[in-house]
Design a binder for this molecule. Structure first.
Ligand code: BQZ
Length: 693
């Protein structure tokens, strides 16, 4: 019944006139979309914290859980007592760093995603449906999202599954202590065995590509990992003190899955299984999959909803000893990305990263209305779109003859420069939304990151005439007089397939814009729209000529995290240049220089040297049109007013996604405002793999 009520509300919300925003921009806030509004009701801006203010590990005198869990589960022998489910020293959230302090149990956090769960095996690369679904179920060695609150001179990833670490004197070894006595949501102990299984059988196995793309080189070339005991692991690096690896160990590169469940399905341990069997062994319908995260998926209705209930074994508490999360339930309505904004505006969802520029004016208008159910903040970080050209000439993705010819064009400097010059970025921006929100983006590191260097950045303005001259000069001409350029040497008409996602209006109109502007210089582009996970799959398997992507893990953020993604650092890690069947990269000279710049950045601990390395990277990358940047725009976060403990100034993406940065496990609804949102009150996750009797 409650499910039906939800759907009705969704229907009403869908009638809101959001898509076509021709309304004049209101004066408040629009003039300066990059300005950050304070978001927290209780606290001021808090980017002055130390990591230890946020989290610590210690035993508390007493622990508590929701009364119904003790009464209906522990007292009836269905669950061990709380003290037996918690680590001896759980992770404790510091109260001073909680804007509204210690919270209340109950209620449901209502979210929306435009993605769909493929299955639960993230270790083998399956998506759980994005939008923060997996951030709610997975835990990683370190944590970076909340770092936007941390003082810049104290910046270092927060401990998480790794509760602490020490560097050896020479800096080549990093010993990590894991949380001791924590358990998976099915009660099975979490140990270094889970970490080693993730590393050996997923990260290092060339036939497995974990979600987030962790590969052997993600933690530095030649890096080794070993277990010294059930709660101790040791990394060995070729370079001394590669401190950036601590950022790589956060969401989404080092979040181990449950080895006790996964190992029996992995081909190395189960000769009857293929790698495809392993990847698909835990389809979305198999709910209650064991997790380390705050909530467990307990119900899945395709294209309708994911319901999650609190993980009774969660290993994090507040300073009063209350086991987290405060929210007993998490819900994800399975709608579209656009609906995420609409539902929060309508008051039927609690949290959205507004990143569809077409919605901005309407979101601001609704936010300004008295009694609006949500609060808004434009964060200092947003999103950018670029076209990535496949630079592998070595057979990655097994291109046909036409595809291979496109790769050779992609590898030609004049061609990339011409395509960049063909793009009228101002026009692209205007098609997304009127007003000052969307700006041209020339590719490379974004201006809102600390390592951006304007002087080192080559901006590619719109100049179709110069683009044509460049192509002519490179012998890429229209040899049969039909108005379309031919592959060099009298080949057929050039046809380039642009793979893009149909899931948002932004992706669709940018793809169409690229097609039109390429045509203006005589290049035929064919659009291939494939939905979310398929588009990601085309990207990671190399089956694309050009790929339209939203940059979020590379040029967008602090650079410290994700620096390895800036250039082809290893044979299998880069987004648009990987090794072919022979295992060899065929780097262009300028790519080698980019790799060297990123390497210099990662190897140095001297701030000036790091800045210089990134300036070099930016100069090489933009001069060579390494990516075809299109547009960039700030993102806004909208949060329902009933939600407490939302940190001030929360960016939708800085060190990590907002769904990580906001620390959902410590969000709550004050008791006076609670009620009605839970769909499965009084229940806990059921057992996984139980045979029906
Ligand atoms: C945020 C994010 C949380 C992936 C995804 C998705 C995939 C990409 C990217 C964003 C979504 C939301 O982004 O757009 O606001 O909630 O999930 O993970 O677009 O297609 O592959 O990298 O994170």
């Amino acid at each position: 019944m409650e499910l039906r009520r939800w759907s009705r509300m969704a229907g009403v919300a869908a009638l809101l006139p959001l898509a076509a925003c021709s309304a004049p921009a209101p004066s408040t806030g629009v003039a300066d979309p990059m300005a950050t509004a304070a978001l927290a009701p209780g606290g001021g801006v808090q980017h002055r914290l130390l990591p230890a203010d946020l989290v610590g590990f210690r035993a508390l005198p007493a622990y508590a859980e929701p009364a119904w869990v003790t009464r209906d589960f522990v007292a009836r022998g269905r669950l061990p007592p709380l003290a037996e489910r918690l680590p001896r020293q759980p992770l404790v959230f510091g109260t001073a760093a909680m804007p509204d302090g210690i919270g209340h149990y109950g209620d449901a956090l209502r979210q929306v995603t435009g993605g769909r769960p493929e299955g639960w095996n993230t270790s083998a690369g399956q998506s759980q449906g994005w939008g923060g679904v997996d951030i709610g179920t997975m835990e990683c060695l370190t944590r970076t999202g909340p770092l936007f609150m941390v003082r810049s001179d104290a910046l270092q990833p927060l401990p998480n599954l790794a509760r602490g670490w020490t560097w050896s004197a020479g800096g080549h070894q990093l010993t990590m202590d894991l949380i001791e006595g924590a358990r998976w949501s099915d009660g099975y102990p979490f140990t270094s065995d889970d970490v080693m299984f993730f590393w050996t059988d997923n990260v290092l196995d060339p036939q497995v590509s974990p979600l987030g793309g962790a590969g052997p080189d993600s933690f530095g070339a030649g890096t080794r990992l070993e277990a010294l005991g059930p709660y101790t692991i040791r990394w060995t690096f070729r370079q001394p003190f590669p401190e950036d690896v601590l950022y790589q160990m956060a969401y989404g590169k080092f979040c181990p899955g449950p080895a006790h469940v996964l190992r029996p399905r992995h081909p190395r341990h189960n000769p009857r299984n293929s790698y495809a069997d392993y990847r698909n062994a835990f389809p979305a319908a198999r709910v209650n999959f064991p997790v380390m995260g705050a909530w467990v998926v307990t119900e899945y209705r395709p294209d309708d909803i994911l319901i999650f209930r609190r993980n009774a074994y969660y290993w994090k508490v507040d300073a009063a000893g209350q086991q987290l999360p405060y929210f007993d339930e998490l819900q994800y309505r399975l709608l579209g990305w656009n609906d995420r904004d609409i539902q929060v505006i309508a008051g039927t969802a609690d949290l959205a990263n507004v990143e569809v520029p077409g919605n901005y004016v309407e979101v601001l208008r609704q936010a300004a209305k008295p009694g609006a159910p949500f609060r808004i903040a434009f964060g200092p970080r947003g999103a950018a779109y670029a076209v990535l050209m496949n630079l592998s000439g070595n057979g990655w993705g097994e291109p046909d003859a036409r595809g291979q010819r496109v790769r050779l064009l992609n590898r030609t400097l004049a061609f990339r420069q011409a395509v960049s010059l063909a793009m009228d970025r101002q026009a692209l921006a205007t098609t997304l939304v009127k007003g000052p929100f969307v700006l041209p983006y020339a590719g490379g590191i974004l201006p809102d990151t600390p390592f951006y260097n304007a002087a080192a950045t080559i901006q590619w303005g719109h100049d179709a005439a110069r683009a044509r001259t460049l192509l002519d000069g490179a012998g890429i001409v229209d040899s049969d007089g039909d108005g379309l350029r031919n592959f060099p040497g009298g080949g057929p008409d050039i046809e380039i397939v642009l793979t893009a996602s149909p899931d948002t209006a932004t992706d669709r109109s940018l793809a169409e814009g690229v097609q039109i502007f390429a045509r203006e210089i005589g290049l035929r582009v064919i659009l291939r729209f494939v939905g979310g996970t398929q588009r990601d799959a085309a990207g990671s398997s190399g089956q694309f000529d050009w790929l339209l992507t939203r940059n979020n893990s590379t040029e967008l953020i602090t650079v410290v995290q994700g620096a390895d993604a800036l250039a082809p650092m290893g044979p299998y890690t880069h987004a648009f240049h990987r090794a072919g069947p022979g295992g060899r990269l065929d780097l262009l000279p300028y790519e080698r220089d980019m790799v060297a710049a990123v390497q210099a950045f990662q190897d140095s601990r001297v701030p000036d040297a790091r800045r210089a390395a990134m300036a070099r990277y930016q100069a090489i990358g933009t001069a060579n049109a390494n990516t075809i940047g299109l547009v960039r725009f700030p993102g806004a976060l909208i949060v329902n007013r009933r939600i407490a403990n939302v940190p001030a100034g929360l960016p939708i993406f800085m060190f990590n996604w907002a769904e990580d940065a906001i620390m959902r496990e410590r969000l709550f609804v004050p008791r006076s405002r609670q009620g009605g949102a839970e769909l499965r009150p009084g229940t806990l996750p059921g057992c996984f793999d139980c045979r029906p009797s």
